[in-house]
Each structure stands twice: as structure tokens, then as C-alpha cells.
Design a binder for this molecule. Structure first.
Ligand SMILES: [Zn+2]
Length: 85
């Protein structure tokens, strides 16, 4: 039995608009290739789960768990400052 959902153009438009509205207030972060440091993609701060990515530069394919790649710019400085832990 097929379990495919066919979206109408109107429904697609509605979901796109909903997605855009939900992303307001979220921040974007770059996901870098673990081999060559090239930016593979950009994800919103609420991104989770696993992502299959192919690096456009070194052509390697990697599986990334976003939870393990949450390093943000400047976080090292904040930690060094002794604010956390
Ligand atoms: Zn790469």
C-alpha cells in the first residue's frame, strides 16, 4: 500500500510560509566539513538529528549529528573566561 502524500500547490505555499515564520528568531550556524573545513551547509539553531552531507570541495560524504557539531564562534573565549562550570 502506498503511503504518499500529494501536496497541492496551495498547501506547499502554506507550509513554506509556515516554515519561514517559524525560523524568525532562530539563528543560523555554519556546518563545516570535518576533513577540509569547507562550509557544507547552514542550519538553524533548532536543527537536530542526523544529516547526510557531501562536501562540495573535497567530495567526501559524511554523516553529521548536529548535536556533536554545535561549536559556536566565540564560545571558547566565553568558556576560558570562566563563566560556565
Ligand atoms: Zn570537505
Amino acid at each position: 500500500m502506498k503511503n504518499t502524500v500529494v501536496l497541492t500547490a496551495e498547501e506547499k505555499r502554506r507550509r513554506l510560509e509556515l516554515s519561514r515564520k517559524e525560523s524568525e528568531g532562530l539563528t543560523l550556524r555554519d556546518i563545516h566539513c570535518p576533513y577540509c573545513n569547507f562550509i557544507i551547509t547552514r542550519v538553524f539553531s533548532d536543527a537536530g538529528g542526523h544529516y547526510l552531507a557531501k562536501c562540495q570541495k573535497c567530495k567526501r560524504q559524511v554523516v553529521l549529528n548536529f548535536a556533536y557539531f554545535r561549536r559556536q564562534k566565540g564560545i571558547g573565549k566565553r568558556k576560558a573566561g570562566g563563566s560556565a562550570q
